[in-house]
Each structure stands twice: as C-alpha cells, then as structure tokens.
Ligand binder design. Structure first.
Ligand code: FES
Ligand SMILES: [Fe+2]
Length: 428
C-alpha cells in the first residue's frame, strides 16, 4: 500500500505530540482497515443477545458486515455477512432467530453454522458440479467471549482474547462480573453517524477527564451524571486517589477508588456480592469511562457500552447498548435504561456535546494549513506510576496518560509488526 505519510513519524508518545494526518489522511485510513481492524480483536455482541440456538445479531469488523449467530447446536460463530455468489448481504435484519439464511438475490441458502446448504438450480444450471463445501460463508478466524462479551478477529495469528485483553480484563470485570449471573444487554442497539474520525471517540473515552466540566457543563446541571446502578464518580479533577489506568496493549480506563454508596441504595445492598466477585478494593472502584483498543468503549455512569465503527477518515458510525447486572431488579434496570436514553444516546443531552466536538475537530483538521500543526498530548507526562494494588501503569485522573498509551499502540499495530514483535504491554 502506498502511503501519503510515514506512519513511524506520526506519533511521538514520549513527547506527547501527534500529527493531525492520523485523523484525516485517506491512505492511513485504508491502512487502519487492513492492519488494525482486520487484525485486532473487536467487540461484536453480548451473549445475552443470542441466548437460544438460531439467535443472531448483526455486527461489523471495520467496514465488513458480520453476522454473529448461535448455531442449532448452541455454538457461537461469526461470519462475513456477504453472499459468496455475488456479494449480497445475506442477512438484512439487526437481530432475530433463523435456522438458515437465504440470500434475496438468487436464493443461495446458508445454515446457521455458515455452511452453504441450498443453491437454486443446483441440478439444472450447475449440473451438480458446484462444490458447495467450498462456498460457505467466510468465517471470522477467531471468535471468543469474555464473561458474555463476544469478540472476533480475522487474524488467525492474533494472540488469544485473554492475552489481547491482558490486565484490561481486571477492569472490565467491574462491568461484567459484579453479580452472580453476570451482565446483560437491555433494549436494542442505538446507531448513529458522527462526521468525525473514530479515534477521537476512542481517545475521549479512554482518558479524557479534562473535557468533562467544560463540554458537559450545561447538561450535567439538567441531568446529573450518575446512575442508581453505578453511583457517583468524580470527574474532571485530580483527587490524589483517582487514576487513569493504562494496562497495556492500547487499552485504558479512568478510575475512582473508594466509592461511597448511600445506605439503602442498590449498590450498598449488592456490595457483599460484589466483594465476593471482585475483592474489596475492586468492588469499590467506579470505572468512569474506558476503551478496549481499538474501538470498544464503556461508560460507567450511564451503563453504556459502544463501538465506534470506522466509516472513512472523517466519519464514524456509533453502535451503543445499555448494559446491566442480569440479577438487578426490574426498577434498577428500567432506571438504567432511562438514564442511558436521557444522557448517552442519540437524543441524550450529554452525548450530543461530545459528537459536536469530534465533528468540529475533524472539520477543522481538513484544512491544508491546520493539518501541519500537531495535536498536544503532554498533560501529565512524567507523572505516571505503578501501584501495588491495581494493575497497569497509572497516571493522574486528569491527564493524557491513557491517550498516549492508545496512540503508542496504534503506531505499533499500524507499522505492521507481527503480533510476536509487539510487546504485550507498554507504559502509557
Ligand atoms: S448474490 Fe446471493 S445468491 Fe446471488
Ligand atoms: Fe464527553
């Protein structure tokens, strides 16, 4: 692939400076599809969305449409959602249940295990010579789940999902392993387009505590940023206890330890169960926001998880869900759902402010002259530490420590190194 810029010179994580080409260059975007999205483990779906044999949901790996399906024997698989005959999208529904998928163009039919099981005119037009074994749906090379979260990668040489997540699993557990029964998705998926580069969203969620009191000043006066299932989080100031965790491999999450739960609240009632699952320190961590490299983000306060699908260098498609403890009572689930809708959703008052920033950053970065000025990621440089209590490299809560770890990893993966050539973890 020919590049209009050299990947190696774009990211200087040690000095906290990043070239704006990273956010607008078309050649780099094509390289991202190849080296990041076709190689990394990407979030596809939650197991609770497909509990029964034949259940399916649609997903994406980069710009490739994916069908995630539990086959008739109960095994979860993921396939390119494109007909092997002439490329029609085989399944056009967001979710449902099917024993087989029939292409609406010429009628090739695939079983829910991806095998080609029916071809109209197999005798009359193909003279029984078509090798149907060879023409099943293209499988995603590796599919695996972490406590209900289903991920997939097209790279058969990628490390296992557990290795890929590394110490990020410790922090993800705060969402998905708080109670017996784990977590579940409630409601459907929200989808919307933002005319901004996908990384602006990933990096905002991974560590941008700084923007919160400015960008969200007005919306938080109307609708406090706290949920009955999550409690208070301290955002936008440097309490010495708080930290940004960069557990390596480009992942990151912002943390508040020692959460105080009001007596009688849902959280105080489930605290003993959380402590049994997570241990005492982790049970009282509020996880604020985080990103699993490259484009899967979580937001604690409003119990949302989302994927920032790339749609060109200047556009992303957001897919967002609401996640709750499966064992939570109905009123907590409903509270959480309403809070998601009112804050972080296409019509949410907090969400819109972020989208506005990312689209305007992208628009201004199109300019020929503006593009020659780097972005600044110096905040908190040299103030990182390691902790005996929590895994990863920790930076101040308000810093760009996690963002630097994200872009350091971005540059490594983009430079095309094999998995074995990339260090499993690097300080952010
Ligand atoms: S494109 Fe699917 S059967 Fe022809
Ligand atoms: Fe925000």
């Amino acid at each position: 692939m020919s590049l209009s810029v050299d990947v190696g010179n774009l990211v200087n994580a040690e000095r906290g400076s990043i070239d704006r080409a990273v956010f607008i260059d078309k050649g780099l975007y094509e390289l991202e599809l190849e080296r990041i999205f076709a190689r990394c483990w990407l979030y596809l779906a939650h197991e609770s969305q497909i509990p029964n044999p034949g259940d399916f949901v649609s997903a994406y790996i980069g710009e490739d449409p994916i069908l995630v399906v539990r086959d008739s024997r109960g095994k979860i698989g993921a396939f390119l959602n494109t007909c092997r005959h002439r490329g029609m999208r085989v399944c056009r529904a967001d979710q449902g249940n099917a024993a087989a998928f029939t292409c609406t163009y010429h009628g090739w039919t695939y079983g829910n295990d991806g095998k080609l099981v029916g071809v109209p005119g197999y005798k009359e037009y193909y003279y029984e010579e078509l090798d149907m074994e060879q023409w099943g749906l293209v499988p995603v090379a590796q599919v695996d789940s972490y406590k209900g979260l289903i991920f997939g990668t097209f790279d058969p040489t990628a490390p296992s999902l557990l290795e890929y997540l590394g110490d990020m699993a410790y922090y993800l557990d705060i969402f998905v392993d708080r109670r017996d029964g784990g977590s579940e998705i409630i409601g459907g998926v929200h989808k919307w387009i933002i005319p901004g580069n996908w990384k602006l969203a990933s990096e905002n969620f991974i560590g941008d505590s700084y923007h919160f009191p400015i960008t969200h000043a007005s919306s938080t006066k109307v609708r406090p940023f706290t949920g009955s299932a999550t409690g208070q989080t301290r955002i936008g100031r440097n309490d010495p206890k708080d930290f940004s965790a960069s557990p390596g491999n480009g992942h990151g999450m912002m943390m508040n330890p020692d959460r105080e739960d009001p007596p009688g609240s849902y959280l105080s009632e489930i605290l003993p169960e959380m402590e049994r699952h997570l241990g005492p320190a982790r049970a009282r961590l509020s996880a604020s926001a985080g990103t699993v490299f490259p484009n899967f983000s979580t937001l604690w306060g409003t119990s949302t998880i989302r994927v920032w699908h790339p749609r060109g260098p200047d556009k992303m498609e957001v897919w967002s869900w609401c996640i709750v403890d499966k064992a939570a009572p109905a009123e907590i689930k409903n509270d959480t759902r309403v809070q998601c809708l009112q804050t972080f959703s296409p019509g949410g008052i907090t969400e819109e402010a972020d989208g506005e920033n990312w689209s305007q950053v992208t628009a201004s970065t199109r300019g020929h002259v503006a593009r020659s000025y780097t972005f600044n990621y110096e905040m908190g440089l040299g103030h990182e530490r390691v902790s005996e209590e929590f895994p990863g490299w920790l930076g101040p809560r308000v810093s760009e420590h996690n963002q630097r770890g994200f872009y350091r990893r971005w540059a490594e993966v983009m430079s095309g190194k094999s998995w074995s050539g990339m260090l499993p973890g690097q300080p952010g």
